[in-house]
Design a protein around this ligand. Structure first.
Ligand SMILES: Cc1cc2nc3c(=O)[nH]c(=O)nc-3n(C[C@H](O)[C@H](O)[C@H](O)COP(=O)(O)OP(=O)(O)OC[C@H]3O[C@@H](n4cnc5c(N)ncnc54)[C@H](O)[C@@H]3O)c2cc1C
Length: 417
């Protein structure tokens, strides 16, 4: 029997854990996951998984929708509704976005539901990676606690400020680091009834995400946790592209950031009150990777936000991480020795990088449309409908089966078989 291929995954967020599930089903692969935090835990707001993401996830975990409904309180959503939120057309329907339907849930139970598919002995918490070294046959991972471990290959799923990314992109990694996308947002999770009272019945007749588009800002809300809670987000333009990751948010900060035309519309007052009704509201900078020269360097590659952080306007970041796991799972499932891993990683880079960069670029354009920054479109419902239809079409325009077949064929060509 040939030796199993030893793969270390760095980072136990949605990307790392989904990839581990995709790899662990192959008996010829041994997978270990290393997470810097003392526990495998997700924090923060809810997350939406599109029909395409769920299709990829279902290939990795059969019957995943049932799992997410029973273990993660996932709510099935109608297509997201986009409405004008400020100015003379406030209240006008822009469109219902099919690719933004699917399931929504909170991040913490989503990660726990996924982790339940893995055996505890492959999960190592409290292990922060300090550096990597690779030779032609091995990758050594050095941890901050002074220990090290050797693998045939390493996959970095260590998020926006990834250190594995620095190793992969080579010289001058700071040139390719994540940078501010030009917006910041503040979020709050509020009880359903409270949100319904503040925002009105109309927004809660059907389970769906709502995005309110307008001058200089955008507001989003959607049900999570078995319809008991509502996630609320206000996102505003940051003209300074500040690299401060967090800022204090007060009523005055929001008044300064939101043009007066919002307060004449149907949603701003209620959303501002809901957002401020928490201890020490904070604003978070939105980041993105503007360009990445490669996702793979010999026996090391990167996935998820480490490879392609995108602004959240298309709700596509975790979706791309799931697509990564789907493709890498099939590629690595189809090699038979550690020597072939570099071919799998090269193919992964060749296919996934153009797709993900397109989503990042259309994500940025979507944000500009949501916040009235596209001068030709402004806050005109009809023009927004046309322009946003094009940006979202790109996210959903992936045939998973063809993507997989192309990956496998390209790898066979690389391997000369
Ligand atoms: C406001 C907002 C809303 C969003 N909404 C959606 C949505 O609706 N749908 C969607 O698809 N996407 C959405 N996204 C994007 C999505 O959340 C991310 O793309 C996804 O969570 C990234 O997962 P990840 O595992 O790549 O990164 P992370 O979740 O950042 O995980 C990285 C992990 O690596 C660990 N780590 C870091 N450094 C080290 C180290 N040196 N050693 C070991 N471990 C390390 C970290 O502790 C962390 O656990 C949204 C993003 C934002 C900001």
């Amino acid at each position: 029997m040939t030796a199993r291929i030893r793969i270390g995954i760095i980072g136990g967020g949605l990307a790392g854990i989904t990839l581990a599930i995709a790899l662990v089903k192959h008996p010829h692969v041994d997978v270990q996951v290393y997470e810097a935090a003392p526990q495998f835990l997700e924090r923060g707001a809810g997350i939406g998984l599109s029909p395409l993401t769920l299709e990829a996830l279902d290939d990795i975990i059969p019957s995943v929708i049932d799992l997410l409904k029973t273990q993660a309180g996932a709510v099935e959503l109608d297509p997201a509704r986009l409405v004008v939120g400020s100015g003379p057309e406030a209240g006008a329907l822009v469109s219902d976005v099919e690719v933004a339907a699917g399931l929504t849930m909170n991040r913490a139970p989503l990660l726990q539901a996924l982790i339940s598919r893995l055996s505890g002995d492959m999960l190592h918490a409290g292990k922060r990676v300090k550096s990597l070294e690779q030779t032609d046959s091995c990758v050594t991972v050095v941890f901050e606690d002074g220990t090290d471990v050797h693998f045939d290959a390493v996959i970095g799923a260590d998020g926006i400020f990834s250190s594995v990314r620095n190793h992969v992109v080579g010289e001058e990694p700071e040139k390719y680091a994540a940078s501010p996308a030009g917006w910041w947002d503040c979020r709050h999770l509020v009880p359903f009834e409270k949100a319904r009272l503040a925002l009105g019945d109309e927004s809660f007749k059907v389970d769906r995400q709502y995005a309110w588009l307008g001058e200089g800002a955008s507001m989003l809300h959607g049900v999570v946790e078995n319809r008991t809670m509502v996630q609320c987000i206000i996102a505003v333009i940051d003209k300074t592209f500040s690299t401060d990751r967090k800022r204090i948010v007060t009523r005055q900060v929001l008044e300064d950031a939101l043009p007066a035309s919002w307060y004449e519309g149907p949603v701003a007052k209620g959303m501002v009150d809901l957002i401020l009704d928490q201890e020490e509201p904070k604003g978070y900078a939105i980041w993105e990777h503007k360009y990445t020269p490669t996702y793979a360097n010999n026996r090391v590659c990167i996935v998820g936000d480490a490879a392609h952080t995108t602004s959240p306007w298309q709700s596509a970041g975790a979706g791309m991480a799931v697509e990564d796991a789907f493709i890498l799972g099939h590629l690595i499932g189809n090699i038979s020795s550690a020597g072939e891993i570099t071919a799998a990683f090269r193919v992964f880079d060749a296919l996934r990088r153009p797709r993900c960069q397109r989503v990042i670029d259309t994500g940025r354009e979507t944000g500009r449309l949501f916040c009235g920054q596209n001068e030709a479109v402004g806050v005109d419902a009809k023009k927004l409908n046309e322009a946003i239809g094009q940006t979202f079409a790109n996210v959903g325009a992936l045939n998973l089966e063809s993507h997989k077949e192309e990956a496998l064929q390209t790898m066979r060509a690389f391997l000369g078989s």
